[in-house]
Design a protein around this ligand. Structure first.
Ligand code: PTJ
Length: 246
């Protein structure tokens, strides 16, 4: 393990990088995950490495969707498994969501490595190994999902998803909650709830909102969801990136 002094101005960023490197070494994260992380870091830097107020609202709406869902699923890829394994499990517990490993560069080896990794972190059940259904409109490997997981879900949280699959899931009628630091990327643009934030900040904050809303009635959850406009988040984050302000 590397030692990064907490006083270092880029402490969080260095720690994050180290987790991704570690993920690649363990066979959890794909080498392309390093490139994705670099891209994400650039956007995070431009956003001021903070959760903007409109994004915090989106995270509350995401929590309401997960609590309101018939069958919520958190999709797990090689980057989030390396970066936020504990936070994924905590959010799944707080909202009653399933965890399902679903990869862009799918290999059985990496699926199993991620399932084992999440189990080591305390997850009871992790889906993604059955792969007995297909998302229509995608090529074979990327279409694979579990029949009793993402295929059946009505609400799916997809952190760092590629645009094609985000669109294909939306076309199946699923409510998509997309975490992606790039507001210009196609996946947050097709999402019901675009969350333009680092997964490292987004997941714990969605959990905080879920706990806060735990006793809310269905009507109260619907009110949280009804007032939400995804365009506002995309516009405000893009403006913040361009101007360095809120
Ligand atoms: O493990 P796999 O095979 O499923 O592959 C996962 C990656 C992420 C490698 C794959 O889906 C991929 O190549 O994604 P892209 O097309 O590079 O897109 C990743 C998006 O996530 C980019 O828009 C990044 O800006 C964004 N991103 C990267 N790191 C973070 C992030 N968003 C939020 N938090 C981050 N830490």
């Amino acid at each position: 393990d590397i030692e990064v002094p907490e006083s270092h101005p880029r402490y969080q960023s260095l720690l994050t990088r180290h987790r991704i490197e570690d993920g690649v070494e363990k066979g959890i994260t794909s080498p392309q995950g390093l490139i994705a992380q670099g891209r994400g870091e650039a956007f995070d830097y431009l956003l001021g490495e903070r959760t903007l107020p409109s994004v915090d609202r989106a995270e509350r709406v995401a929590a309401a969707h997960l609590l309101r869902a018939r069958h919520p699923v958190l999709s797990v890829n090689g980057n989030v498994a390396a970066l936020v394994p504990d936070e994924l499990i905590t959010l799944a517990e707080a909202t009653g969501a399933d965890l399902e490993v679903n990869l862009f560069n799918r290999t059985e080896e990496r699926i199993h490595a991620i399932v084992d990794h999440l189990r080591e972190h305390g997850a009871c059940e992790v889906k993604g190994t059955t792969a007995d259904e297909r998302i229509p409109g995608l090529d074979h490997e990327r279409a694979k999902v579990d029949a009793d997981g993402i295929y059946d879900a009505d609400v799916v949280l997809v952190p760092l998803e590629d645009g094609d699959r985000a669109q294909a899931l939306a076309e199946m009628g699923k409510t998509e909650l997309v975490i992606d630091l790039n507001p210009l990327s196609r996946s947050p643009q097709t999402a019901a709830v675009p969350i333009i934030d680092n997964v490292i900040r987004a997941l714990p904050n969605i959990t905080t909102h879920a706990r806060d809303l735990a006793d809310a009635s269905s009507d109260q959850l619907d009110d949280v969801i009804a007032g939400f406009d995804p365009e506002t988040v995309l516009t405000e984050t893009e403006r913040a990136i361009r101007t360095g302000g809120d």
